[in-house]
Design a protein. Structure first.
Length: 164
């Protein structure tokens, strides 16, 4: 794959800020270690079979845990969980254990889901695709849970809430 590009990176960042999305936290567990990160690169790929895809920086702790365990969970955050998004994005100082003090539950893979989220997807990796400094994880959804509520929305480096 040709990795050269004439696209200015800062201009691309500014352009991509026009994309609004829900906010997710991806978590994984392996050999007693748990970690997670806020992820905006998440999408449904298919309902049959149930597949999603996420993109993670290759050097991240969450990436390593997913690679070792072969599974992960996605929690879709509610409008009341902005502080959790910031914590898992690394914006909360002195938070080495991002899951400390948070209520979690597991479904099938053992990856922690964050209680209070609008939805959980528990996933098993079926394919990894290296893409420069990131990896795309294509995963089969093996369990889900959802509830009613208002999602947390991210647009142009700010959080928003939907109006009813």
């Amino acid at each position: 794959m040709d990795t050269s590009s004439n696209v200015d990176r800062e201009q691309l960042r500014r352009t991509m800020r026009a994309w609004s999305s829900g906010v997710t936290v991806v978590t994984a567990a392996h050999a007693g270690e748990r970690h997670g990160m806020t992820v905006s690169s998440f999408t449904s790929v298919a309902i049959e079979p149930p597949l999603i895809i996420i993109s993670l920086q290759s050097g991240s702790r969450t990436h390593a845990l997913i690679s070792q365990s072969g599974g992960f969970a996605v929690t879709v955050l509610s409008a009341q969980q902005q502080a959790i998004s910031e914590r898992f994005a690394g914006l909360t100082p002195n938070t080495e254990d991002r899951l400390a003090g948070l209520e979690t539950e597991t479904l099938v893979t053992g990856a922690p889901c964050l209680k209070g989220g609008l939805a959980y997807l528990d996933c098993r990796v079926v394919q990894t695709i290296p893409t420069g400094g990131n990896t795309l994880f294509l995963a089969e959804v093996v369990a889900t849970r959802s509830s009613e509520g208002t999602p947390l929305i991210y647009h142009n480096q700010r959080y928003y809430r939907l109006l009813e």
